[in-house]
Design a protein around this ligand. Structure first.
Ligand SMILES: *Cc1c(COP(=O)(O)O)cnc(C)c1O
Length: 348
């Protein structure tokens, strides 16, 4: 007994089309960390490639390897920015990845492996524009640029990108970050570097703020139809949720029914008493969340009937973002914590 996640690949491709059209001439880098936000890399990557995606943001090397395997022969650029060990660096270079680099020790590690590999490794230097989640600090930037330029002239590295990550929590903070980013770009130019790929924005800024798009935007949430909590809905954003978590009624009592989805499948227990699910006969209050099952208030559902725990809202269910808002978190948290053991069923 387990719920299933239905993933609508037609909608996924439509979301990608919408985002690509919106951000053009900038390119879309589809971010697929956490197994494509819980939807499944093996099915989603080929679908994204078919929709024209040429850049994938993979977070770490393990994810990148899964992307390479799923993409088969597609000529994909895969960007990773989490390289904690020397083994990660070697594997990343063997996989021909684009490497995000935000500290000097990593730059030297990469240079060392690249020197042996004999082909210039593509690196994207990260400037810290205020989030303090790694990245070269502004006072370290010129020295990093100088060293990277030296390694580029020696044929060891190719500085392909300059990037940063911003909070997208307030326009004022993002504006400040963009000023810092512009300064970093100007200094890179002055150091003789000509990065072809400048990237700063994730879902929200890439959608709402044209000035933040540069050459490439790194989009995860919106591609899966996950809207920001407290912000515009997916509908307003022109995308649709691609995942629908479906549970089945396994037992009934006089006023409640038991469905086969619980906290071990990834449903936050905090949703009890706060959320509602959708069904063919309307919406139902979620009363409690157990380990394997949950109780909902419903007198008119029978064993075998299905309810939507989260979906596109058309059957009265809340979306992942709607559920998240009930418990003070974000939609990504709901979709990425879905257990890998919950079967993913793909609708072509
Ligand atoms: C997760 C992530 C993204 C994508 O963010 P969304 O808001 O889901 O689009 C982009 N860049 C980096 C560095 C990330 O970690």
């Amino acid at each position: 007994m387990s719920p299933r996640l239905e993933v609508d690949l037609t909608r996924f491709r439509a979301n990608i089309d919408t985002i690509r059209a919106r951000v053009a001439p900038a390119e879309l880098m589809l971010v697929v960390k956490d197994d494509a936000y819980g939807h499944g890399i093996p099915a989603l990557v080929p679908s994204a490639v078919a929709a024209g995606v040429r850049w994938i943001g993979a977070f770490d090397v393990e994810t990148a390897a899964a992307v390479r395997a799923a993409a088969e022969d597609a000529d994909l650029r895969i960007f990773v920015w989490m390289l904690p060990t020397a083994a990660d660096v070697s594997r990343a270079i063997a996989l021909d990845l684009d490497l995000g680099i935000g500290d000097r020790a990593l730059l030297e590690d990469v240079a060392q492996v690249a020197r042996v590999a004999g082909v210039p490794v593509r690196v994207h230097l990260k400037i810290d524009t205020g989030l303090h989640r790694n990245g070269f600090r502004p006072e370290e930037w010129d020295a990093a640029l100088h060293r990277a330029r030296e390694l580029e002239q020696d044929g060891i590295l190719a500085v392909t990108g300059v990037w940063s990550h911003i909070s997208e929590a307030s326009d004022a903070d993002d504006d400040e970050a963009r000023v810092a980013y512009e300064d970093a770009l100007a200094r890179a130019r002055a150091a003789g570097l000509r990065p072809a790929w400048r990237h700063l924005a994730a879902s929200s800024a890439s959608s709402a703020r044209p000035d933040f798009r540069y050459d490439l935007v790194r989009v995860g949430a919106f591609a899966y139809g996950v809207a920001p909590a407290g912000g515009p809905t997916a509908e307003i954003l022109g995308v649709q949720p691609i995942g629908r978590l479906v549970a089945r009624v396994v037992r009934t009592t006089a006023t409640r029914v038991i469905v086969d989805a619980g906290s071990l499948h990834g449903l936050p227990s905090a949703l009890a008493g706060r959320a509602r699910v959708g069904g063919s006969t309307g919406t139902h209050r979620l009363v409690s969340v157990g380990l394997f099952t949950s109780e909902i208030e419903a007198a008119d559902l029978s064993v075998g009937d299905e309810v939507t725990v989260y979906g596109d809202g058309r059957d009265g269910s809340l979306g992942a973002t709607g559920l998240a808002e009930q418990i003070g978190t974000i939609g990504e948290e709901i979709v990425t914590r879905l257990s890998p053991r919950v079967p993913r069923v793909y609708l072509p």
